[in-house]
Ligand binder design. Structure first.
Ligand SMILES: [Zn+2]
Length: 502
């Protein structure tokens, strides 16, 4: 027979064990578990104030809890504090005292402000959903973000430019979004001015932008503008961008069944800019469809921005920004760079928009495949665009020469890239490594070596099959290596992989 004290201790131990069990055991797994918190849609109400160069945003984010645990907190990303800080530090003459502020994050139908904790130099915002906002496994949550940001005066992806002809606003990286979450872990990559660190999650956007009537608006997705109000819809996109400009015009045409809106500025070399970009769109889209696969959307907007000397373009889903600086007002129009950059950015619609990857730590994936499209497929194609380019720019070498240069690069690749691995994030680079060496150059060589090892025919199948399998999903270095080995599992191939991949 147990005495009372002993009985009490045993009871306490049992209670404690039950408590521990309850704490560590996850909630019952449900059938639809994806292990992710998934942004489903963004509804944005935007107002562009061209007098004060600011943007008012109300963004409603709908997300699904695909994990097995109740979600009590979420991370949002807002890159505007990091960008404004960067601009004030690096471009202080044009940017002083810039401000951005999240006024409130609320639940749908409530005006009560949720508690926010800022992390990662304010680029990550931890939102406590409170008792009413917690989201059970498989259920949907909705939060509304009210934000006001000033727009930097900068030749960049988020910034405005005042010219003699008028004003141009590039609006991207300035919309709040749900942080990526994999297996319950939030990915909070830092803002990175040289490259990108965006979400790879696919979502739908429904956007209304109000801007003065004189502004033409280009945006990700399909849009219509009437009386200063632009209504935009975009499905299955990883990011969203707008360009608004009061001296921009548009040519629209079809390539295969894709509607291309080719915008151009009313600038110095507009006729040649317009013709060259139109021909590049036609050749590049057709080539990439043939060599890789289906274009992921119904439309593509090609939009001129003023990034300044030495800068390329920028990719977004269904929209690419070109650098029109030299053809808008420069004394030396640089058509060759324009052609390289535009054929590259269009390629990103296949690798970035369609096949997604984590841009910060595995930027080699989208940049490498796109560089391959630009340099090994587009640049070697003797189409109308390249013929016209050589006519208007005598500096462009013949195709034979470009091919020989590509081959020469391969001869020294093992020496040039002996200390470089592709799958290393910028904050983990060995001393002396710059952004781009791995992401563009070594990754291009990696794909060239794969092509030579597999042979042109098998490599072409590999590219098409790879695209078919991973289109509108996300890839990692690991999944690519696994896929490569299905096509070539020889010792030689392993040596190539071991050289480039850590
Ligand atoms: Zn790129």
């Amino acid at each position: 027979m147990m005495n009372h004290n002993k009985k009490l201790s045993v009871t306490l131990i049992i209670v404690a064990l039950i408590c521990c069990f309850c704490l560590i055991i996850p909630e019952k797994a449900y059938a639809g578990s994806t292990g992710r918190v998934d942004a489903l849609s963004y509804k944005m109400n935007l107002k562009l104030d061209v007098k004060n160069n600011s943007l008012n945003e109300t963004v409603t984010i709908r997300f699904r809890n695909g994990t097995d645990s109740t979600l009590r907190k979420i991370y949002l990303r807002d890159m505007t504090p990091a960008i404004l800080r960067y601009d004030m530090k690096n471009y202080p003459d044009d940017n002083k005292g810039l401000k951005t502020n999240i006024d409130a994050v609320t639940l749908k139908g409530s005006s009560k402000k949720l508690a926010l904790t800022y992390k990662k130099r304010k680029s990550a915002v931890l939102v406590d959903l409170g008792k009413k906002g917690k989201v059970k496994p498989g259920k949907i949550g909705i939060v509304r973000v009210k934000l006001k940001t000033e727009i930097p005066n900068r030749k960049d992806r988020f910034g405005y430019q005042q010219t003699a002809k008028g004003k141009l606003y590039a609006l991207s990286f300035c919309f709040p979004y749900l942080a990526d979450n994999v297996n319950g872990k939030w990915q909070l990559d830092p803002y990175f001015d040289d490259g990108e660190s965006r979400s790879w999650d696919l979502a739908d956007y429904s956007v209304v932008l109000r801007a003065p009537r004189s502004y033409k608006v280009a945006a990700t997705g399909a849009s219509t503008t009437k009386g200063g109000k632009t209504v935009i819809k975009a499905s299955d996109v990883r990011d969203f961008a707008i360009v608004a400009c009061n001296f921009m015009k548009c040519d629209s045409f079809k390539v295969k069944d894709i509607k291309v809106n080719n915008y151009y500025l009313d600038g110095k070399y507009k006729a040649k800019y317009r013709k060259l970009t139109r021909l590049i769109c036609k050749d590049a889209i057709k080539l990439y469809i043939d060599e890789i696969g289906k274009y992921p959307y119904d439309e593509l907007d090609v939009v001129p921005c003023l990034f300044g000397f030495g800068f390329g373009g920028m990719e977004y889903p269904g929209l690419v920004m070109t650098n029109a600086s030299s053809t808008f007002s420069g004394s030396m129009p640089d058509y060759w760079s324009l052609s390289d950059a535009l054929s590259h950015e269009i390629g990103h619609q296949w690798f970035y928009s369609a096949v997604g990857n984590r841009e910060y730590s595995e930027g080699w994936i989208d940049e490498g495949f796109t560089t391959y499209l630009e340099r090994q497929i587009y640049a070697l194609y003797d189409g109308d665009a390249n013929k016209y380019l050589r006519k208007i720019d005598s500096m462009v070498p013949p195709i034979k020469r470009i091919k020989a240069d590509n081959d020469d690069l391969m001869k020294t690749a093992r020496k040039d890239f002996r200390n470089i691995h592709l799958n290393v994030a910028p904050n983990k680079y060995p001393k002396g490594q710059d952004y781009g060496e791995a992401e563009y150059e070594a990754s291009f060589m990696f794909l060239q070596e794969l092509r030579v090892q597999m042979g042109d025919e098998l490599f072409s199948c590999f590219l098409k099959d790879f695209y078919k399998k991973y289109r509108m999903t996300r890839v990692t270095t690991k999944s690519i290596v696994r896929f490569i080995k299905q096509y070539d599992n020889t010792e030689n191939m392993q040596k190539i992989i071991d050289f480039y991949i850590l």
